[in-house]
Design a protein around this ligand. Sequence first.
Ligand code: GTP
Ligand code: MG
Length: 202
Amino acid sequence: MIVSKAEFIKSSGSFRESPEGNIPEYAFLGRSNVGKSSLINMITGRKKLAKTSSAPGKTRLINHFLINDTWYLCDLPGYGFAKVSATIKGKWEKMIKDYLLRRPNLVCSFILIDLRHGPMKNDMAFLEWIGENQVPFCIIYTKADKISRSRRQQYVSAYEKKLSAMWSPLPKYIISSSSNPEGRDEILGFISECNKQFYGSE
Ligand code: GTP
Ligand code: MG
């Protein structure tokens, strides 16, 4: 898929304020600083579409981007890790979970996990919640440029070992890096297939 148009539509404090949900939508989720906003910029080929920062806790609202006039990308705040108060973390968590449960046009949630850090408690807890609530998802391992190619499979296997306690078959995953657009074609290809199913074309 070629991204010929990518525009910021709006930031919302709750799913209720989101733009009308009549076209397919894909959400980016994961711990603060995992690389959600950077990945949105990478796959759209626009360096400054979503705001990024080396300090965790940059994205604080639900942000909608309209792509090729036909589908939405949604950038969300991170869970865990961000240096904000427990009250704000709780508010973000409720905002994210309400959005995931109530957004009618959400086709797939991309759950981003930093490949380097090993399976973390809050990633596992979030995935468990996703499973219990039957939210469709795909895992994207991020920052692959930080690990040598030869050691990647080792890291993926460590996750899969943990995930196998919860999932059979294991969830689909894509390995990505925003610094050398690895994973871009695979992510866009996946979205393109999902869009075809949504619109019911061949
Ligand atoms: P919050 O909005 O705070 O939840 O974070 P986020 O998940 O949106 O992360 P963001 O995209 O802002 O990136 C966080 C930091 O990681 C930034 O300093 C990015 O430059 C860096 N980063 C993101 N993706 C990659 C990647 O693939 N490789 C490397 N090396 N750095 C990355
Ligand atoms: Mg962000």
